[in-house]
Design a protein around this ligand. Sequence first.
Ligand SMILES: [Zn+2]
Length: 265
Amino acid sequence: MTGDMTSVVTALAPGCALLGLVFGSFANVLVHRLPRGESIVHPGSHCPACGHRLAWFENIPLLSWLALGGRCRACRARISARYPLLELGLGLVWGWLGWRFGWTPELVRALALSFWLWTLTWIDLETGLLPDALTLSGVALGVGLALWMGDWRASLIGAAAGYGVFWLVARLFLLVTGREGMGYGDFKLLAMLGAFLGWQALPFIIFLASASGAVIGALWLWATRESARAPIPFGPFLAAAGMVWLLWGRELLDWYLDSAGMGGA
Ligand SMILES: [Zn+2]
């Protein structure tokens, strides 16, 4: 590798991390406004308590919140720690993805998918909803990127199978128990994961999301003593399983096929 190439690669991870902070700031706007049906461009960023319009220096990811001590400059209302945490989280993830994938088309797919998953996770945690504006645009973007990268068949099959599998499970669940176990948003989120990652990712994602959801759900119910029917959002578990596959899917598949091959021989 030439000196120039090395410096490009070493600059890539911090560059992705900084860009992640900026996109994290945009994710905050989506998390706040999409479930309320507000426009995502107008009006500009403002304090939810007093409507004070933010000047550019009050709108710098992470730094402004820290500099202002987590309060609005005009009315001194507390500004939720969700804002800087969401920005910092995406910055860290994007920095990691830049380091992991390097300067490749795969990096573009990884950054896009993680942005969509991160935004959907927070909306699902706060409202229990997965807005179509995000899941369906994510399906379209996943298929579009796959067309560009040449694996569109796996992507289209993944989108259709993702939706279909959960639809079928939900029908059976309804038939057996007489109640809804999953929302249509979850079907669309799995379709989106299939579109981005290909159908090969789906069995792993469904398994990991269900297993981790069952364990954490049980702990949550035990800790809070809520009724077993209190809905726990499934979207964050699907999103986390999708990220695990994104980062280590190829290794997991190779490892599985190797063990299966050894077992058969
Ligand atoms: Zn204010």
